[in-house]
Structures are given as C-alpha cells and as structure tokens.
Ligand binder design. Structure first.
Ligand code: ADP
Ligand code: ADP
Length: 234
C-alpha cells in the first residue's frame, strides 16, 4: 500500500504564482521514488507541500489533497507532520557548522528520546556512514561537501522517519561520492524498509537506486514509470 498519496495538488505562492498545477505522486511503503526534472520544474515545491514547509515561503496548497498512512495531512502543521514521521532534508545540507557531527546528531534528536535510544541510533548512522564516524568529533564546518551531506542525512535518520524526503543530495558532489551516498541510501532502504522520496536533477544516478520515477516539467507530471522504463526513455 502507499505510505504517501498526493492527489492533483496545486500550490500557489503569494496567491498568484501557480508553482505546481495538479501533481499526483504515490510512494508505496518501503520503496524509493524519484522526482526528476530541470530547475524550476516544481520538485522542491512538491516536497514542501508534503512536509508543510510552504507557509514560511508564503505558499499554500490551493487544490488537491495529501494523505500519509491514510490520514489527510493537507492542512496539518509542519510540526505535526514531523511527529507523524515525515522528514524533509532541504536542499543545501544544513548542519550546525560550529558543532561536531556527533553534537549535530544529538541536537537533531526528537525531544524526549532516551539517551540509550539516541546512542543506538547514532551507532546505526555511523555504521552506515563510516566517513562520518571517522570525523564525528571534528567541527562540522570543516567537513567536505560530501561529509556534510551525509551528516544532513544522519540528522534526518536520528528522528526515525517513516518517509525520508531528500532534495538534491547529489548537488555539487563528485560522482564517486554521489555513488557512495546513493549506495548507502539503497542499503538503508533494503535493511530497514525506509520509504524515500528523492528529488534529483541527476536522473541517471537516481534511476539506479529508485523503483519508479516521476518526470516533472513546468509544474506538471509529464511522465511516470518504472526506473527501467524511464531509463530506456532518456
Ligand atoms: P525545482 O525544485 O524543480 O527547481 P521549485 O519547486 O523550486 O522547482 O520552483 C517551481 C516554481 O515555483 C519556479 O517557477 C519557482 O521560481 C517558483 N517558486 C519557488 N519558490 C517560490 C517562492 N517562495 N515564491 C514564489 N515563487 C517560487
Ligand atoms: P571537498 O572537495 O570534498 O570539499 P576538501 O578538499 O574541502 O574536500 O577536504 C578534504 C578533506 O579535508 C575532507 O575530509 C575535509 O573534511 C577535510 N578538511 C578540509 N578543510 C579542513 C580544515 N580546515 N580542517 C580540518 N579538516 C579539513
């Protein structure tokens, strides 16, 4: 069944700018799905509609609805969506640069998480990301771009999400690092059945790890299919 179902969603910014024009996206539970398309197509807006981050940018859902695990979340506050298990790693790898990776993970833990659960989550994250483990007590601002992206993903994982949404994690990274990070995402998906919605301009890399992709152009889904079908189409 679908963990997330987005049906004919329109988003308006500033009450005038129609950024997405009836987008429908389904994420089957335990699968990795990609949103592909060029700059300005409406991919980030789609993620923000799901995580509830539109409000801060004077955007709103003007039509359609979104259900998460069967619950209508179209009007839910962003904080409520986080509590339900929707985690959105926004573009640009936000980490606290003056803290260490380990402190960054601690700071990202949900209120009320026990110390033992937090430590177990950290150990799991360090096992998935050995590069991060090696640098866990350095200042995060000195980590490389790839390491900071890994930390941004680690900060999301520490919240034990049910749906992980990533916005352009490959941006500006060397191909070998993209391959490494995507390989780790695939491993987490395999081991834990974590559902992932991945926004990428790098379609070739994304289609190697997802089961299905949606091509978005000019605020609309113009193609949807299995990764194999989309690969042979590009
Ligand atoms: P993508 O993620 O595919 O690059 P976006 O979702 O960021 O595309 O943008 C879709 C459209 O919405 C673009 O035309 C963009 O200029 C516009 N847009 C994005 N954010 C805002 C905003 N906060 N206010 C007004 N327009 C916006
Ligand atoms: P990238 O091109 O991937 O950003 P860098 O050349 O910036 O890589 O860094 C290479 C390695 O050196 C990385 O592991 C990074 O974390 C580390 N590093 C870079 N600058 C510093 C610094 N000022 N102090 C400590 N480590 C650093």
């Amino acid at each position: 069944q679908n963990i997330l179902s987005m049906n004919s969603v329109e988003v308006l910014y500033d009450n005038v700018m129609l950024a997405i024009k009836g987008v429908s996206v389904q994420v089957p539970k335990g699968e990795m799905i990609a949103l592909l398309g060029s700059n300005g197509a409406g991919k980030s807006t789609t993620l923000k509609a799901i995580s509830g981050l539109l409000k801060a940018e004077r955007g709103r859902i003007s039509r359609g609805e979104i259900t998460f695990q069967g619950t209508d979340i179209t009007e839910a506050l962003a904080q409520k969506r986080v509590e339900m298990g929707i985690c959105h790693v926004i573009e640009g790898r936000r980490v606290f640069e003056h803290l260490t990776p380990d402190e960054n993970l601690t700071a990202a833990a949900p209120r009320g998480m026990s110390r033992s659960t937090l430590n177990a989550e950290k150990d799991k994250i360090y096992a998935y990301f050995p590069r991060l483990a090696e640098r866990k007590n350095s200042q995060a601002g000195y980590l490389s771009g790839g390491e900071q992206q890994m930390l941004a993903i680690g900060r999301a994982l520490v919240t034990q999400p049910k749906l992980l949404m990533l916005d352009e994690p490959s941006l500006g990274l060397a191909p070998f690092l993209v391959e490494e990070i995507f390989g780790i995402l695939q491993k987490i998906n395999n081991d834990e059945g974590l559902s992932v919605l991945l926004v990428e301009q790098n379609a070739l890399a994304a289609l190697e790890i997802v089961s299905q992709g949606y091509l978005i152009e000019n605020g609309r889904v113009v193609m949807h299919g299995t990764a194999e079908a989309l690969k042979s189409n590009s």
